[in-house]
Design a protein around this ligand. Sequence first.
Ligand code: ADP
Length: 701
Amino acid sequence: MNLLLELTHNISLLFALTFVYSLIIPHANQLRPMIRNILQGIAFGVFGILAMASGLIVGNGFIIDGRSVILAIAAVFTGGIPTAIAALSMLAYRLVLGGAGVLPSIPSILGTVVISLLVFRNQEYLTSPNPIRRLLVLGVINALQGLLWIGLLGGPQSSEILSQVALPLMVFTPLGTVLLGFLLFYQRRQFEMASALRESEERYRVVVNSMNEGIILQSAKGDLRTANPAAEIVLGLTFDQIAGHEQVNPKWQAVHPDGSAFLREDHASLVALRTGQPQVNIIMGIHKPDDTLTWISVSSQPLFAKDSKTPYAALSTFMDITDVRKAQQKLRQERDLLRTIIDSTPDYIFLKDVEGRFILTNTAHAYAAGNIQPDELIGKTAFDVFSPDLATQFHEDDQKIMDSGDPLINAERETVDKQGNRKFVLTTKIPWRDKDGQILGLVGISRDVTERKQLETQTAILAAEQERVRALRRFIADMSHDFRTPLSVINSSTYLLYRITDPEKREAKLKNIEQQSDRMLKLLDDLLEMGHLDEKDVVFQFAEEDINGLVQTIVNDFQAVAASKQQTLEFIPDPLLIMSQIDALKFSRAIINLVENAINYTPLNGRITIRTGIEASQVTVSITDSGIGIAEADLPHIFERFYRADGARTASTGGSGLGLPITKKIVEAHHGSISVVSTPGKGTTFLMKLPIEAAEVEKIV
Ligand code: ADP
C-alpha cells in the first residue's frame, strides 16, 4: 500500500513536469531542430532524474519510479536523439545512485528506449488511429521488461523485490504512460488546432487587408468590429472615426445619388441588421474634407447564428466606383448627345439586325413608320409597321445588302406615311459588321425628298409653261408674218387690178390673189386640224381600207401639181393588196402632207417616188424626193410644231410648219411611227410604219 502511494506521488510529479513541458512546446518549435533535440533531451533527462530522485527505494538499492514512463513519453513525442540524451542522463544518475538495482536498471532503461521507439516508429502517434491502446501496450511491455531485468540481474533479493514491485509497476507504468501520453497527445492536438486556426486567421487577415474592396463587420448593435485598410481609404476615415470613437470632420458628408443627405439609419449595414435582408449595390456619394467626391457601391449581408432569425452581425463590402461612374456618366452624355443628334435630324436613321428587326431608330423614322416613339419600334420589323408592299420592297433591299455585303447608296424609294401621303426617299443602307467582318445587320439613312421632287416637277411644269408661252409668241409672230405676206400680196394685186387694163396682166394678178388666199386657207386648215387633233376626245374612224388604193388616189390628185413643176410623181405599190384598219380621211391627210412637202421642197424636174410595202410585220409607206434635203441641224426639230427650216420660210412655198406634226400625230394614233432620212441637196425620204396586226394582207388575184 505504501508502495502504491509512493508511486502515485512519483507519477503526480511526472504529470506536473509534463504539464510544464507542454507549456514550452510552442516555444521549442521555433528553435533550430538540433538545439531543440538537445533541449528536449535535457528536459526529459531532468524529468527522469527528478523521478528517480523522488523514487521509492526498496531492498538494497532498487529504486522504483516512473522513469520508464518518462522515457516512453520522450521516445513517442520527441524522437531518437532527445530520448537517447534523456536515457544517457538518467543512466548516469542511476549509476551515481548505485546499489543492487544498478545492474538491471541499465538494460531496463535501454530496453524501454528501444521498445518505445519501435512501438511508435517515426512519431506515428500523430497519425495513429488508436494511440491510447498503443500507449497502454507500450506501458505493459515496458513494465514487463523492467520486471524481467530485475528478475534476471537483481541478484539474490530479486524474487523478494519482484513480489513487492510487480503489481505496482504493472499498474502504474501502463497507466502513467497512457495518462501522460494522452495529456501530451491532447496538448499537441490543441496546439496544432490553435496554430492551424491562427494560420487560417492570418491568411484571411492578409486577404482582407490586401483587398481593394472596403470590408466592415458590425455587430447587431451597430458596433464596429472590423474594418480593413481599404475601408479606411475608400471612406476617408480612420478606424476610430468609422467606429464613432473619434470626431469626424463636419465637411465629411454622405449623400444619395440625387444629392440628398444619407441618413445614418439608411446605411446598408443598419438596414440589413434591421430587416435581415441583404442590401445590394447601394450607391453612396462621400464628400470628403479635401472637397473630393467619392462614389461607392455598398452591399451588406446580415449574418445569422445557426437557427437564429435575428442577425448577430452585418458584413458590408464596398468599392470605389467614382471612376466607373465618371466613365458611365461620360458614356451617358455621349449617348445622349448622339441621341439628340439623331433625333433632331429630319433624316430617317435606323439600325436593323439580320432578322430585319429594328435595334435603333430615331424620332423622324419612328414618326414616319407609324407616328410612334422610337422605343415602340424596337424589336419590330418593317412588316409590323409598313404596308405589305412597302415592307416587301424594304425587305428585298435589306436581304440583297446582307447577302452581297454591298451597300445601297442613295436609291430612290417610294413610301407612304401614316396619313397615306406618298413620299419619296433617298435611301442609303450599309451592312453593319462586327470586328471579324461578320454581318450583324445594317445601318440605314433615308432622306425625305418629296418636297424636292415636287419642286423639281413644278420647275419642269413651269419650264414647259414658259416654253409654251415662248412657242405661242413665236406662233403669233409666225402667224402674223405668214398671214401678212399673202395679205400684202392680195392687197397689192387688188390695188393693181384697179389700175391695169391689160386682160393678161389682170389675169396674172387674179391668179396671185387666188394663190395667196389658198395659202391662207391651207394655213387655217392646218391650224384647225392641229387643234382638232389636240382635243382630248378626238375620235378616229377606223375601218378596213385598201392602202394601195388610197395612195393611188392621192398620187392621181397631185399629178397635175407635180406636172406644173415638171416633176415626175410615181407610185410603186406593193404587189400585195394591203388592207388595213385605218381612219382613211386622217391617214390620207398624213400622206398628203408628205407629198405636198416633197413637191414643195423639190425643184423643177425633180422626182418623187411613193412606195408601199411590208417590212418586219409592218406596213410601210415611203415618200422619197430628189429635193433640197434637210440640214442635219434641222432634222431633230422638223416634227416640232411651227418648226420650219430657214430655207423653207423664205421659200415662196413656205407652209405652216404644222404639216409634219399633224402627220406624226395621225401616224401615232394608228400605233405607228414615222422617220426621216435626208441628205441636203440630194433629197429626203419619209417612212411611215403601221403595225401589221392592224393590217390584213391578201394576194392580188
Ligand atoms: P411646212 O408647212 O413648212 O412644210 P412641215 O411641218 O410640213 O411645215 O415641215 C417642216 C419643215 O420641214 C419644212 O419647213 C421644211 O423645212 C422641212 N421639210 C419637210 N419636208 C421636206 C422635204 N420633203 N424636203 C425638204 N425639207 C422638208
